[in-house]
Write a protein that binds this ligand. Structure first.
Ligand SMILES: Cc1cc2nc3c(=O)[nH]c(=O)nc-3n(C[C@H](O)[C@H](O)[C@H](O)COP(=O)(O)OP(=O)(O)OC[C@H]3O[C@@H](n4cnc5c(N)ncnc54)[C@H](O)[C@@H]3O)c2cc1C
Length: 315
């Protein structure tokens, strides 16, 4: 089965979830004798690195480092048809989800959303995905000949293999009806929660914008991203880009440290697949303790700085 993967990057490094898509998922698909095509846009050095991460061929469309939805959709759709690609994969990022939906509509494919596992039986793709806000999982058979899936970050493995194959380079011809006039980078670039291996997250219990400072310090020593509950975001204490949950971002880090978060089901929906969950809460009956691997009952303003100090000492 031929597979296509949308590969995102920041101009220097490829997004981890794109490499996971390339390695993990396409490996399963190519075991059913097929080729894996990587679709790369913008400007990045050494695009051939993708050949050692699971791609057999890289289509490198050169241009500005911008997401141009209609243009990307058109270029990928053409290749899906000419290369007879039956499975197209994106990582669960803002652009990945947008592009997946567009491609799916254009090629009338079946759609697998937020998948955490994947197999091919006969000529049909089966996907495993969370349901009921992450309380259960369901395996689904995707019935159409062409399939588009969006994978959750930190679930599939990045692979290293011998880098064989070629990179076909072409300048982007922009067909988009939307034209971007100006792009302003964020003043302080903090790691994105969907990319992070460790997340330190704060809720209403931090008490205000200043309450995030000890969490930010802990995040720095752990090289972690800063997450938040909706209560903290709605109160205006932190930007929405940090929100984890049903109406925020879905994350699956190796370690999730929830500080002053009660554990409402809408929050759990976005983080319950984290590998290890640590909860810090002064209420011993907080529901977050039901899913936590380690629970610390106490005041986060004492515990978080103490944790930071110990981790710093440990080097
Ligand atoms: C349609 C819908 C969508 C939603 N989407 C989301 C979403 O995406 N993400 C999300 O998070 N929520 C979402 N919510 C809101 C959700 O229901 C909860 O209201 C929210 O998650 C509560 O946030 P919290 O845990 O920070 O606050 P609270 O529930 O108020 O919990 C605060 C916790 O902090 C503890 N605490 C207080 N002070 C301290 C201290 N000093 N030290 C330690 N612990 C302390 C308290 O014991 C308490 O457990 C959604 C709700 C709806 C209806």
């Amino acid at each position: 089965m031929n597979t296509g993967v949308f590969v995102e990057h920041d101009g220097k490094e490829f997004k981890k979830v794109s490499l996971e898509a390339l390695g993990g998922v396409s490996k399963i698909a190519s075991e059913k004798s097929g080729k894996t095509f990587a679709f790369l846009f913008g400007e990045i050095e050494n695009p051939e690195r993708l050949l050692s991460k699971g791609a057999d061929k890289v289509y490198y469309f050169k241009g500005q480092n911008l997401y141009i939805p209609e243009t990307f959709t058109k270029l990928i759709q053409e290749k899906i048809e000419s290369e007879n690609i039956n499975l197209f994969i994106c990582g669960s990022t803002i652009n990945g989800r947008d592009l997946a939906a567009r491609i799916c509509a254009k090629i009338s494919a079946s759609f697998g959303e937020e998948i955490v596992d994947f197999k091919i039986e006969g000529d049909k793709v089966h996907v495993k995905r969370p349901v009921f806000a992450g309380k259960a999982y369901v395996w689904e058979e995707l019935l159409r000949e062409k399939v588009v899936v969006v994978i959750r970050p930190n679930v599939f493995q990045v692979v290293e293999k011998e880098g064989k194959g070629d990179v076909e380079e072409k300048e982007i011809e922009d067909v988009d009806r939307l034209k971007l006039k100006d792009l302003k980078p964020k003043e302080e670039e903090e790691p994105d929660v969907t990319e992070a291996d460790i997340i330190v997250s704060g809720g209403r219990g931090v008490g205000g914008p200043q309450g995030f400072e000890p969490l930010r310090k802990l995040a720095r020593v752990l090289k972690a991203a800063l997450g938040a509950s909706r209560a903290a975001v709605d109160a205006g204490w932190i930007d929405h880009s940090h929100q984890v949950g049903q109406t925020g971002k879905t994350v699956s880090p190796s370690l999730y440290i929830a500080c002053g978060i009660s554990g409402a089901m809408q929050h759990l929906a976005g983080m319950r697949t984290s590998k290890v969950i640590v909860a810090i809460n002064k209420d011993p009956n907080a529901p977050i303790f039901e899913i936590a691997d380690y629970g610390i009952i106490g005041d986060l303003f004492e515990i978080v700085p103490a944790l930071e100090e110990e981790i710093r000492k440990a080097g």
